[in-house]
Ligand binder design. Structure first.
Ligand code: GDP
Ligand code: CO
Length: 403
């Protein structure tokens, strides 16, 4: 891949947010050119380097009631060396949709020898493993993992660690273009290659999202929700750095990847807020701005966020109304309720939500549910309890399967 070096970054404490990087070539050849240097304005990441990182990466595919053809297309796009972790929350009654998914995925894995772990979000063994390892927040009143994409992502990240991967990335299962999925994963790998380190995150900004407007295709760049979220996040950063900035372009980036160490260290918000909260929380945790925040030790390591602009148009299943106002409110709520949010920005958020008629006079923006980081649970206990229930299809089973 041929990709622009980040031209600028904002630094707060241990956190570095790099500017958006453009992709110039999806495939720049197998080897590093002889005259290449780390200081080049446009960098070559050779195919070999991408493959090496892909072998250390797990890709989590959250599924809830998607069409099998779409899920298969997504699997087709994921590079072979990645371990795929499908976390499904599809209904098992009256028709066992999960069974159909498992069957289709196993078949696919047989043809491709791709390593795929398929789990159900409501798997009682995994729920029991969470309980015994002391991470009960994620369990609902029925003692199973709660519904939600964020909960599926948290579960997937933990399984990526259990399977020994160094990086974990996410791609939605309702993407229409295998080529786009393939590109996202290559960009995750390129991001880690360029801005490596143990605490690193890569976020994708879609180049465009095709829509039909007046009977012809229109390639929209920014949705209302991303525009709003990015603006408020930039205000937050600017407030603390003292310099106005436009660095954040990926406040709502569903397509993202991070090192497993970082995935274990950060807190998570639920629902639409999960991606925005990454920024808010990492700023709280690593920005060096809060009294009694992280210890000096944590401040020493550099935590990096890379943002890469993908080239394929993004097209996913349309599921009716997009609830733009709910998305905006959820994202802004994580900023509003942060200890880092200054009064002036709080007032602006309130004004914005009033303007959208989202908040009535005197109403307060509800806080989102937050899950504390996974590194406070007993990982060995989780592994002992959960591992026997896991079966990777596409490779000869090393562990006995109990389900
Ligand atoms: P949107 O793309 O933001 O409009 O949201 P989607 O409804 O497409 O959901 C994003 C992805 O998460 C899709 O791949 C869904 O199948 C998946 N998903 C949605 N809800 C859940 C859930 O409760 N658990 C899991 N594991 N995945 C979910
Ligand atoms: Co979708």
């Amino acid at each position: 891949m041929r990709i622009e070096s980040p031209r600028e970054f904002e630094r707060l404490g241990a956190l570095r947010v790099y500017g958006l990087q453009k992709v110039y070539e999806l495939d720049a050849g197998p080897e590093t050119p002889e005259n290449a240097s780390d200081r080049d304005v446009v960098r070559v990441v050779p195919t070999e380097a991408l493959h090496a990182i892909e072998s250390e990466m797990a890709i989590v595919v959250p599924v809830r009631n998607e069409r099998l053809k779409l899920i298969e297309g997504v699997l087709v796009g994921i590079p072979h060396n990645c371990l795929v972790i499908v976390v499904s929350n599809s209904p098992r009654e009256p028709i066992d949709k999960f069974y159909l998914e498992e069957e289709a995925i196993s078949n696919y894995a047989r043809f491709t020898q791709k390593k795929i772990l398929v789990v159900h979000q409501k798997d009682p063994h995994i729920a029991a493993a969470f309980a015994e390892a002391g991470y009960t927040d994620i369990l609902g009143s029925d003692e199973l993992v709660r519904n939600g994409k964020a909960e599926g992502m948290i579960m997937g990240s933990l399984l990526a660690k259990l399977m020994g991967r160094k990086y974990v990335g996410f791609v939605d299962s309702d993407n229409y273009f295998p080529g786009a999925v393939n590109e996202y994963v290559k960009e995750y790998a390129a991001g880690f290659h360029i801005n490596g380190g143990d605490f690193s995150m890569v976020r994708i900004s879609w180049h465009s999202k095709p829509k039909v407007v007046e009977n012809s295709l229109y390639f929209a760049k920014w949705g209302r929700s991303s525009r709003q979220t990015n603006q408020v996040l930039n205000r937050l950063l600017g407030h603390h750095s003292g310099f106005e900035t436009e660095i954040v372009k990926t406040g709502n980036a569903g397509e993202h990847a991070l090192s497993v160490d970082l995935a274990m260290a950060i807190d998570y918000a639920t629902g639409y807020a999960v991606e925005t909260f990454h920024y808010v929380h990492m700023l709280e945790k690593y920005g060096g701005l809060l009294e009694g925040g992280e210890s000096a030790n944590d401040m020493h390591r550099l935590v990096k966020i890379s943002q890469i602009e993908s080239r394929n148009p993004h097209l996913h299943e349309v599921k009716g109304d997009e609830h733009v106002d709910d998305m905006i409110a959820a994202s802004l709520s994580t900023i509003y309720h942060s200890r880092l949010c200054p009064e002036s920005l709080r007032a602006e958020i309130e004004d914005e939500l009033n303007r959208r008629n989202y908040l009535k006079d005197g109403e307060q923006l509800a806080p989102m549910r937050i899950y504390k980081s996974l590194d406070r649970m007993d990982f060995d206990v989780f592994t002992d309890r959960a591992a026997p229930a896991l079966k990777v299809v596409g490779e000869k089973s090393k562990k006995p399967a109990t389900v």
